[in-house]
Design a protein around this ligand. Structure first.
Ligand SMILES: [Mg+2]
Length: 255
């Protein structure tokens, strides 16, 4: 097994499931810290601020600082600031997205005459918000979306994710979105800049083949797949490109 200095670590299904910690997660993180690895928690969830995510992890027994959290909202804000440094944006999303955009100094507007529509999960989404986004895109605004997850698991089953709402705008305008979160390379490249490690010394840890593992494959970094979340172990044989390593739980790594 190769030595890695940098760890990009998924949250839901890897560190916790909903509000319950995954048994092996705290000791895994503790061990990485003892070995002085650089680590960054990497999540497609755009709704929370890094402070909120770090607080949740700490409450679950996984000590974490806000600067060790990188969300799809943060990657989106950095991307928008770079691509449209003086642009105005109409935004659908929650606190995590607005907070990230404010921190990067992105100008937010309520006007459909704008340079970009930025979409993240919004539990208060309305027809009016979707109509405005659609009108803005028809007037030429770029469509940028934090993540393409069509659905995500809740305690009752799969519920619509940000990809599903972004699809409403794509279907009504004919304009494809630029997605930022996993499996896109954009979020991985931005995360590596924050982590400060090179691709060859970094590994991405996650439970979801279609987001986490594909993000690693697309960005050209090694991956560790763990079967405590979305992708069941029974599917391993069918995976078209295998992760670099897999474990049934994180105790099997570094032991
Ligand atoms: Mg996950």
């Amino acid at each position: 097994m190769k030595e890695y200095n940098g760890y990009l670590i998924d949250l839901d299904g890897t560190m916790y499931r909903g509000n319950k910690v995954i048994e092996e997660a705290p000791s895994f993180i503790k061990k990485l810290r003892q070995e002085r690895k650089s680590l960054l928690f990497l999540t497609n969830n755009s709704s929370k601020t890094p402070e909120q995510v770090a607080k949740k992890l700490t409450m679950l027994g996984i000590e974490a600082k806000p600067e060790e959290v990188f969300t799809s909202s943060m990657a989106t804000a950095k991307y928008v600031k770079k691509k449209l440094p003086h642009g105005t944006c109409f935004v659908i999303g929650e606190e995590g997205l607005f907070d990230a955009l404010h921190r990067e100094g992105v100008q937010i507007t309520d006007n459909v005459e704008c340079d970009a529509v930025i979409m993240g999960i919004d539990h208060q989404i309305t027809y009016e918000k979707l109509a405005k986004a659609s009108l803005a895109v028809q007037k030429g605004a770029a469509l940028i979306s934090t993540n393409s997850d069509n659905a995500f698991p809740s305690e009752q089953g799969l519920v619509p994710g940000n990809g599903a709402f972004t699809a409403v705008i794509t279907v009504s305008t004919g304009v494809e979105a630029q997605f930022i979160g996993k499996p896109e390379t954009i979020i991985v490249e931005e995360a590596l800049r924050v982590l400060g490690t090179s691709k060859s010394e970094t590994i991405l840890v996650g439970d979801n083949y279609n987001t986490d593992i594909r993000a690693g494959i697309n960005a050209g970094i090694d991956t560790l797949m763990v079967f405590t979340g979305v992708t069941p172990f029974e599917q391993y044989e069918e995976l078209p490109i295998k992760p670099t390593y897999y474990v049934k739980n994180l105790n099997e790594w570094l032991s």
